[in-house]
Design a protein around this ligand. Structure first.
Ligand code: GAL
Length: 659
């Protein structure tokens, strides 16, 4: 499906008719509507007005456009805020908001919960049999947080359910530290800038902050679930989603994904975002539901309005990025937005139909060209899957805990570390899945878990079984440090992973940004030899059965192990004790994947990405040239059909660069 967000309530009928004409020209067959129309649908507490929506859905359907129907709860109506101030959020500094903005409702507001569920129910009841409605889109980009009294009360209930007794809670948060012991549930307040997060990260109580992150994600998820269930009550077979945002820190999307029938997400790379980062975000979205194809719900066809510098996508870039998303598992390509608004902050946001209003624009031509291509080839790709043999573990609890933790350095950024390892696969076009700690690992030959700081219950055993059965595992510095409550596993880092890795870490050195150490190879290891730069954190470790591949080259720990490998059962476990430069990781992953027989999708020149989807035994290779110049690459033994042109390909072929 091809289309995007469409807000015709901002225009007259003639404009809408013109839009329908242009949608046909562009091959657009789906429109996301009703995203922010709560105030129009419900002008007061008792009146509901869906007449305009009836007409809109009918007119779209009659002109061949399906509907992704949003529930309109992404922004509450002004009357609701005035009459029921509990819908308004309180920020981390304790300031109560007034009406304004969007994504603005308190997730624990009884009023918001009541009315958001009710409107979802009414919409589902009304449109349950409408053939235009393909997908249900709950609210919009859930996120943010709230520190109001309702949230505080709900937090206590959430904690009671989790810990049962105050004793258990006191132990889990280690409240004996600084005399923070609780004797009554009502003594617990939210960790805001007025309480536990008053100071800087060195004075935080990680246990309560970590639980607040989990609670906040769950609170929003509960709002989503209310609407989800309201829709399902009327249309059990419906496809329900909400648009996610890739690496979005506040919500544990692996948990959310269980209640989503299909994943959808909004992708907004800027001119300077490396293609590997966008690829990684797409792979994370694919991983949320074990490889199931997802929807690209939003991307801009040309420019955004919310960056400091909103550059245009250069000619060809929108097409390139769209195919990249499809290559990583998307079954839709959709835009924000189909027509530009004329007022408020998004009037300068790119759209398929620009302010000039006609089809003679560069952006429209590019959109129409892609629409024509997707109409021709889309069906063949629909529901095809990636088939990676390598996986990278990503975990929201780890993200929260690492960055809330008063660890030895402020420089540690979890997603950046994940990206460094991801890039090592990406740079060689080796397919990789992003997985959670709950994923069944048996389909993989290699599992990489960068900075596995927190080891959740049962995960160490699962990894051990994976390695014992012949799998290869790799983890890094600052791993195996704490349990799920952010309490240190005593007895030597990396705690529960120690036996499998065959090492123990005695101390952790933190380096200043311009301070470097060296990783010195003991022998040649694949293409690795000599020494490489490393920094940020350096574990000082001892081996207990592991073999040393590289050691530190400087400082008082010169000669101590920096990279180790341990044979464990039929498999191997690697430990990278520091943060080496990218070329080191590229070569390390190349050596490990080659040893495991994990092949690249295709060898291609630098800047050319090759991803693969498979269906009915047919491989679909996406060769994406992110360079500005034309490049040639060799298909080797491969005989292939160019899906877009229909030509047969073999030997050396060339691919145009983007502008
Ligand atoms: C998204 C949002 C859309 C629109 C878009 C602009 O995050 O869901 O409603 O605001 O950004 O880029």
């Amino acid at each position: 499906f091809y289309g995007g967000d469409y807000n015709p309530e901002q225009w007259d009928q003639a404009t809408h008719q013109e839009d329908l004409r242009m949608f046909k020209l562009a091959g657009i067959d789906i429109a996301t509507i009703n995203v922010f129309s709560w105030a129009k649908n419900q002008p007061d507490e008792i009146t509901y007005n869906f007449g305009w929506l009836d007409e809109l859905i009918d007119s779209l359907y009659e002109s061949g456009v399906y509907v992704c129907l949003a529930t309109s709860t992404g922004a509450h109506p002004a009357w609701m805020a005035t009459k029921y101030p509990d819908v308004l959020r309180v920020d981390k500094d304790g300031r109560k908001r007034k009406f304004g903005g969007r994504h603005n409702s308190c997730p624990n507001s009884p009023t918001y919960r009541l009315y958001s569920e009710r409107i979802a129910d009414k919409l589902a009841e009304r449109y349950k049999d409408h053939p235009a409605v393909l997908v249900w889109h709950v609210s919009n980009e859930y996120g943010g947080d709230c520190y109001c009294d309702n949230c505080e009360r709900a937090f206590r209930v959430w904690l009671k359910e989790k810990y049962q007794t105050l004793d258990q809670l006191n132990r889990a948060w280690n409240t004996a530290f600084w005399g923070h012991t609780f004797y009554d549930w009502d003594e617990i307040v939210l960790p805001s800038n007025l309480s536990e997060e008053w100071g800087d990260r060195y004075t935080n109580f990680q246990g309560i902050s970590l639980d607040y992150s989990r609670f906040n994600s769950d609170s929003m998820l509960n709002c989503y679930k209310l609407e989800y269930n309201a829709i399902k009550k009327h249309v059990p077979e419906s496809v329900v989603t909400t648009n996610l945002m890739g690496f979005f820190k506040q919500l544990d999307y692996f948990k959310w994904a269980k209640y989503m029938d299909i994943i959808s997400w909004d992708s907004y790379p800027s001119l300077t975002t490396p293609p590997s980062e966008t690829a990684m975000a797409n792979d994370l979205m694919r991983g949320l539901k074990d490889g199931m194809p997802f929807m690209l719900m939003e991307q801009t066809p040309s420019q955004q309005n919310w960056q400091p510098y909103n550059s245009l996508k250069r000619p060809g870039v929108m097409r390139l990025q769209s195919y990249q998303t499809v290559a990583h598992g998307a079954d839709t390509v959709m835009f924000f937005q189909l027509r530009r608004s004329i007022g408020a902050c998004e009037k300068y946001h790119g759209a398929v139909i620009e302010h000039v209003g006609h089809e003679n624009t560069r952006v429209f031509r590019e959109v129409a060209q892609l629409g024509e291509e997707l109409q021709r080839i889309g069906d063949r790709l629909l529901d095809s899957r990636a088939d990676a043999k390598a996986a990278i573990v990503f975990d929201w609890d780890n993200w929260w805990a690492i960055e809330k933790s008063s660890g030895p350095t402020i420089a540690l950024n979890y997603v950046q570390q994940i990206h460094k390892y991801y890039a090592a696969f990406y740079n060689r076009n080796v397919q990789v899945d992003m997985v959670s700690v709950d994923t069944d690992l048996s389909a993989y030959d290699l599992v990489v878990a960068p900075v596995l700081y927190m080891v959740k219950p049962g995960f160490a055993e699962k990894l051990e079984a994976f390695v014992e059965n012949g799998g290869t595992f790799l983890t890094t510095f600052f791993s195996g440090i704490v349990n799920e409550n952010d309490l240190v596993t005593v007895g030597g880092y990396p705690g529960e992973l120690r036996k499998m890795l065959g090492i123990w870490v005695e101390e952790i050195d933190a380096l200043f940004p311009d301070q470097k150490n060296k990783v010195v190879l003991k022998d040649k290891f694949g293409k690795l030899q000599g020494s490489y730069e490393c920094g940020m954190l350096c574990d000082l470790l001892h081996t207990e059965g592991a073999e040393v591949i590289a050691e530190y080259g400087e400082d008082f720990y010169k000669g101590m192990p920096a990279v180790t490998r341990h044979t464990f059962g039929k498999g191997e476990a690697y430990y990278v004790a520091t943060d080496p430069e990218q070329c080191f990781l590229d070569e390390l992953i190349e050596k490990i994947t080659t040893d495991k027989g994990i092949q690249p999708n295709l060898s291609a020149p630098s800047g050319v990405e090759v991803s693969r989807r498979v269906k009915d035994g047919i491989s679909y290779l996406f060769v994406l040239n992110h360079n500005t110049e034309i490049v040639s690459y060799d298909l080797g033994q491969l005989e292939a059909e160019d899906l877009i042109s229909g030509h047969q390909l073999s030997g050396t072929v060339s691919i145009e660069g983007r502008d």
